[in-house]
Design a protein around this ligand. Structure first.
Ligand code: AMP
Length: 397
């Protein structure tokens, strides 16, 4: 369990409460195309309104690189939040984020009012965690609440620096839920505990593999990262994704799994293509059968069955990363099969954000999972066993 103070441990009546949310939502021509992150932030915001706080929201959106970029303004978020909350969210348009407009908006607040500040990354200090902006943010509030799990693995002004200048810094409900699910899964899993890893970035997930091998009963590896394991075993991988430098590491992990008695599953067949395209020629080949000049883009039908079978009796499953280049329909079957397998079982199922979360939601299996993380990178660092700076900065219980 999380040993940090939360919004349940403080009294915010009449106080100015700065809440760091994760409103980093996809926008197309000023329209929000996926509002999951807004919905996920509502419980904390509603609680603070109900308790009579003056609720000042802040977040980053995209990468404006330290200067105002109108297309990355949080104005559309204020509009949608107003609808979702059923009460006005005043947007404090301000190129300095905490400039005269924001200060005036906060000064005019009554208990239970909500103000949203402009994109924190309009300020160049934000991602460098420099004091000037941390102090500006702190000057607006009496209490700080961090509910932005998606950036918890970064130390920025708006989630870490600001806590140096505010006495009370706690976590919100979303942060608490994320950490409780991920933390419980990793530290006190109901067994059998199975982890499924996929995606392209082999090197970024290699420390996750190492840490999870100490915790799980079964580790499943699919997606582009599997080919480094194939190559390590001496198989032909054609033009598949491969990180040569990590072949020895893959062998070490195979050995570690043996030593620990962990079942390590890698694909037994592969969908290969002669081009990185949905229109490419396709073949299914068995273990070691990838042809020179061809690339593996999905797990094959036998592997889909093998992986589904491996989670059938699991009691805890953590999944991070697609099984293939799932954005192209011809290479999405493996990812769909894993999503379906998890939807069908009676277990705590945790989806580690990013592509796997998108896949699960698109397939309509969102409601069948125990928890879909709002933070891809943050959930991965958590699974690596790292302390997240955004969490560490909150007051201990
Ligand atoms: P990551 O950000 O590391 O989780 O990787 C996600 C990306 O990996 C997605 O865009 C997938 O299309 C890609 N991916 C997964 N498997 C493969 C593969 N076999 N070949 C190429 N790309 C892949």
């Amino acid at each position: 369990m999380l040993n940090k103070k939360s919004v349940d441990d403080i009294n915010v009546k009449g106080k100015r409460v700065l809440v760091r949310c994760d409103f980093n939502v996809p926008l197309q021509e000023g329209k929000i195309t996926d509002e999951n992150r807004l919905v996920a932030a509502l419980p904390t915001i509603k609680k603070l309104i109900a308790d009579g706080g003056k609720v000042i929201l802040c977040s980053h959106l995209g990468k404006p690189k330290g200067e105002p970029k109108p297309e990355l303004s949080l104005a559309p978020v204020a509009k949608r939040l107003t609808e979702l909350l059923g009460q006005e969210v005043v947007f404090a348009a301000d190129p300095e984020v905490v400039g005269p407009n924001a200060k005036a908006a906060v000064a005019a607040m009554k208990d239970g009012d909500v103000v949203l500040l402009e994109n924190t990354r309009y300020r160049k200090e934000e991602t460098k965690n420099e004091d000037a902006f941390s102090k500006d943010l702190a000057s607006l509030c009496d209490v700080f609440v961090n509910d932005a799990f998606g950036t918890a693995h970064r130390a920025h002004c708006s989630n870490v620096g600001v806590t140096k200048y505010v006495d009370t810094a706690v976590v919100g409900y979303l942060m608490q839920k994320e950490i409780d699910f991920l933390g419980n899964a990793v530290e006190h899993p109901e067994r059998p505990f199975v982890a499924i890893l996929g995606g392209a970035k082999v090197s970024s997930k290699i420390s996750v593999i190492n840490n999870l091998l100490d915790k799980v009963d079964t580790l499943i590896i699919g997606g582009g990262m599997a080919y480094t394991f194939f190559a390590a075993k001496g198989y032909e991988v054609g033009t598949s994704l491969l990180e040569e430098d990590y072949k020895q590491y893959a062998l070490d992990m195979i050995q570690k799994a043996k030593d620990k008695g962990v079942k390590l599953l890698i694909p037994v067949d592969t969908v290969i293509a002669d081009d990185f395209s949905n229109d490419a020629n396709i073949k299914v080949v068995g273990e070691g059968g990838i042809l020179p000049g061809w690339m593996g883009l999905d797990i094959g039908p036998k592997t889909r069955e093998l992986f589904a079978d491996a989670v059938k009796d699991a009691k805890t499953v953590v999944w991070n990363g697609p099984m293939g280049a799932f954005e192209m329909p011809n290479f999405a079957k493996g990812t769909i099969a894993v999503a379906k397998a998890l939807a069908d079982i009676d277990a705590t199922t945790i989806i580690g954000g990013g592509d796997s979360a998108a896949a699960v939601n698109q397939l309509g299996y969102g409601d069948k999972m125990s928890h879909i993380s709002t933070g891809g990178g943050a959930s991965l660092e958590f699974l690596e066993g790292k302390e997240l700076p955004g969490v560490a900065a909150a007051n201990d219980k």
